[in-house]
Unconditional design. Structure first.
Lengths: 364, 307
């Protein structure tokens, strides 16, 4: 017994010494770990937007291990507060900083000027500089596909959409969802209710309730909490989630969800900084880049529905199908995108009109 | 528009108004005793997270709610000790309590994000099995009825009990109350803790019944709205009830009007509950003399009398 233990101890010691030696060599090669920082607009526990970013941070750590060291600051208000936080993070020796909310755009650019050797990545913005890149995912592809699921699952042909604020990003999602639903079910129509907030579980679920009471039998959302899923579960109708798999909040209701998948992008960006190949660019990753995905289907989704949606999913990933390809009519029936023509990225980014099939007027 | 539709709106109105009503009633009692506790949001969040955690592990809503109440009361107790024994400024302490509650609840609930309550029995045992009445009265949230009962009890408490008079006396003039041999500290302690327990209960309502999940900051400012409600209702129970439901109704109308396709800016519509509630309550209480009658005169002032 003792002998064995002694032997073991010896072995451990040797292995330990050896690995210490190796790691010193490795360290000598790679210097210190790359310090990467994240600025979040909400709490990491919001089960939505910020949660998805933080999951991606964890994914990056898993992938790159010792090569990176991450920190994050949550609940950072957009504006002056953000500038202070980003400056502090840059000063603390972080060489790559992800600022993950639209309102961080100008603060990020301002701080980036003062720290030319630090790389910045700003989510959802459109202004870049030498050391500031931007990125976003093509959520509309997921919206289109989940719209198909909703269009095939609805019995009342009335779908509900809980919106936050009428900005192009949200309108684009509503339109893609509507186009997807109508591609498989021309009778489908979409009701929209704006809650004027990104995050208010009670109000979001009440908005879903209101629409369900008016005959909607599949609800989805462009807000950050699982409130609407919860409402659908209680009322016995279906729901489509957003940001991450929200099935746990509505085991029967949750058909699928559009999930952000920032992990691979974050890992690639950090690797690029490590390799010295980082450059400022705009990444708008889609299904083909694995930048987003659909959450697993509910068992209520029948095989033929899955087959149709999965096929469209691979067509989109291969670039053979585009959600915003003409003919697309607006609400008045006027053709906005001629047959066969595809909307450009900048047209999609500035979208301020509803497609045919959305009920109600777009608030100004 | 059919009767079902109206019933749905009214039902939703009550559901939106209930958490506000519970917090506001608690704060009203607290303010009547002369103490201004701005920590409602923090106490609510602590109630919400504690209730959720406990219900998650025990699979019992009832025990979850007990947890909510105790968590809110403990937060209030902290407030009471700091303001009454260390004479800290009530406004500053209340704000600090909110900040503490937001942070602490987020920290405590970290591993509960992404969890949902399952296998929870939403109905009260025995009562819900009564035919017809069980279904109509007891099969959805009991808290709605409890909140109305509470409002009624508090109304009666201030209107026709000696204890209610004592609380009011302490809120008007703690010095006189003390000279009459009343224990200012004891009364205020009880009022503050009652307020905290109510805020905790309202938080539990959000995380256990309204949207059975925990997410950081899920109260989304309801504590602040309740605080404003108490002032605009000029410290009168019946107006707090009315204001809470009015606010709930207007919040629902913001959503319903949109789903009818009304082409008014949704941002403008979103202000409706605030504007309507403030305007109506201000109009109701435009009589200065009467406000003075109901406003606790020594609200927010520390009491330095002997212990």
């Amino acid at each position: 017994m003792f002998a064995i233990r002694k032997y073991c101890l010896f072995k451990v010691l040797i292995v330990g010494l050896l690995s210490l030696g190796f790691s010193t060599i490795a360290l000598a090669k790679n210097h210190d770990p790359l310090k990467v920082a994240f600025v979040y607009v909400g709490p990491t526990g919001d089960a939505g937007w910020t949660y998805a970013h933080d999951e991606a941070r964890k994914y990056m750590v898993e992938q790159l291990g010792e090569k990176v060291k991450t920190t994050y600051v949550e609940n950072v208000a957009e504006g002056a507060d953000a500038e202070r936080v980003i400056t502090e993070l840059a000063r603390a020796g972080n060489k790559l900083i992800f600022t993950t909310s639209f309102g961080y755009m100008n603060p990020t650019l301002k701080v980036a000027k003062k720290f030319p050797d630090v790389k910045f990545e700003h989510a959802s913005g459109y202004k870049r500089s030498k050391n500031v890149g931007t990125y976003f995912d093509r959520v509309y592809q997921g919206r289109y596909l989940t719209g198909m699921v909703a269009g095939l699952m609805t019995k009342s042909n009335l779908l509900g959409y809980v919106g936050s604020f009428p900005i192009p990003e949200v309108i684009r999602g509503i339109n893609a969802f509507t186009l997807g639903a109508r591609a498989v079910n021309p009778k489908a129509e979409v009701k929209v209710v704006w809650v004027s907030s990104w995050y208010d579980p009670g109000k979001e679920s009440e908005a879903a309730n209101t629409m369900i009471n008016m005959g909607v039998d599949v609800v989805t959302q462009h807000t950050d909490s699982p409130g609407p899923i919860n409402a659908a579960e209680k009322k016995g109708v279906y729901a489509v989630g957003y940001h991450s798999d929200m099935a746990v909040y509505g085991p029967k209701a949750h058909l699928t969800a559009t999930e952000h998948n920032w992990g691979p992008l974050y890992t690639a960006k950090a690797q690029a900084v490590l390799d010295g190949t980082w450059k400022s660019e705009d990444v708008w990753g889609g299904l083909s880049d694995n930048a987003l995905d659909l959450a697993p289907y509910n068992k209520a989704v029948p095989k033929h529905v899955r087959a149709i949606v999965d096929q469209s999913k691979s067509l989109i990933a291969e670039g053979k199908l585009h959600p915003f390809v003409g003919p697309i009519k607006d609400q008045s029936g006027e053709i906005k995108v001629p047959k066969g023509q595809r909307m450009s990225d900048s047209e999609m980014l500035g979208m301020k009109w509803y497609v045919e099939g959305v009920q109600g007027k777009l608030p100004k | 528009m059919d009767i079902d539709f109206i019933a749905n709106i009214l039902f939703a109105t009550i559901r939106m108004g209930t958490p506000l009503l519970i917090v506001a009633i608690g704060e009203l009692v607290c303010e009547k005793s002369g103490v201004l506790n701005l920590g409602q949001e923090g106490m609510m969040l602590m109630g919400a997270v504690t209730g959720f955690m406990i219900a998650f592990h025990t699979d019992s809503l009832f025990i979850g709610f007990m947890g909510s109440v105790v968590a809110g009361a403990l937060m209030a107790l902290l407030f009471a000790v700091v303001t009454m024994h260390f004479y800290a400024n009530q406004v500053a302490t209340g704000l600090a309590l909110t900040i503490l509650g937001v942070g602490l609840s987020g920290f405590m609930g970290r591993s509960y994000v992404g969890e949902a309550l399952t296998n929870i029995d939403f109905q009260i045992p025995l009562l819900s099995s009564i035919p017809f009445f069980g279904k109509v009265l007891f099969s959805h949230d009991v808290l709605v009825y409890i909140s109305i009962g509470l409002a009624g009890a508090v109304y009666w408490f201030f209107k026709s009990t000696r204890a209610g008079l004592v609380v009011k006396a302490v809120g008007e003039s703690p010095e006189s109350a003390q000279s009459l041999g009343l224990s200012v500290l004891k009364v205020r302690y009880l009022a503050i803790v009652f307020g905290g327990a109510m805020a905790g209960l309202a938080g539990g309502y959000l995380s256990l019944i309204d949207t059975p999940l925990w997410a950081e900051n899920m109260t989304a400012g309801r504590g602040w709205i309740a605080l404003a409600l108490v002032v605009f209702a000029s410290w009168r129970v019946e107006r707090v009830v009315f204001g809470a439901y009015l606010f709930g109704f207007m919040s629902i109308m913001h959503l319903v009007l949109q789903s009818f396709g009304l082409s008014v800016s949704s941002n403008l519509l979103a202000t409706l509950p605030y504007v309507a509630t403030v305007v109506v309550l201000v109009l109701l209480s435009r009589n200065q003399q009467r406000i003075k009658l109901f406003a606790p005169m020594s609200l927010g002032k520390s009491f330095h009398g002997a212990h």
